[in-house]
Design a protein. Structure first.
Length: 136
């Protein structure tokens, strides 16, 4: 991948839109499962971590299933999404956002994922954290 050759070690995608652009936009999934699988495969081959913005439940679940490591917002995550996060809590990091905190999502989600997961995206990833890791 060209991005890797210029020093990029992570790429962020917009998996669901946003209410700021269009009413109900947070529920629009921007990529198909097939497109996400291709993105994940290319990232894995290039040793690039995947990150995304995902608000709607379907986008959140698609991002976890596709191996995105850092998932931002998760505003409308449902029980199935919580179960997916819990099953991959050592490899998937949730980057919370103020609307999610206000909606009570974090009260429900935090006991099911590690605190390290929630805060890991607030700073640079240290080399020892990255050793042997790849996008899944």
């Amino acid at each position: 991948m060209r991005m890797k050759s210029i020093g990029c070690n992570s790429i962020k995608f917009l998996l669901s839109s946003d209410e700021a652009f269009q009413r109900g936009g947070s529920q629009w999934v921007m990529y198909s499962p097939e497109e996400c699988a291709a993105i994940s495969e290319a990232a894995r081959e290039a040793d690039i971590w995947l990150a995304c913005l995902a608000q709607g439940a379907e986008a959140v679940k698609l991002s976890v299933r596709s191996g995105f490591r850092s998932i931002c917002h998760c505003t409308y995550a449902d029980e199935e999404a919580f179960d997916l996060f819990e099953s991959r809590k050592d490899e998937t990091f949730v980057a919370r956002a103020p609307p999610s905190i206000d909606s009570g999502l974090w009260i429900k989600l935090m006991p099911r994922v590690s605190y390290r997961s929630s805060f890991s995206t607030t700073g640079p990833i240290r080399p020892e954290e990255r050793k042997g890791a790849s996008a899944r």
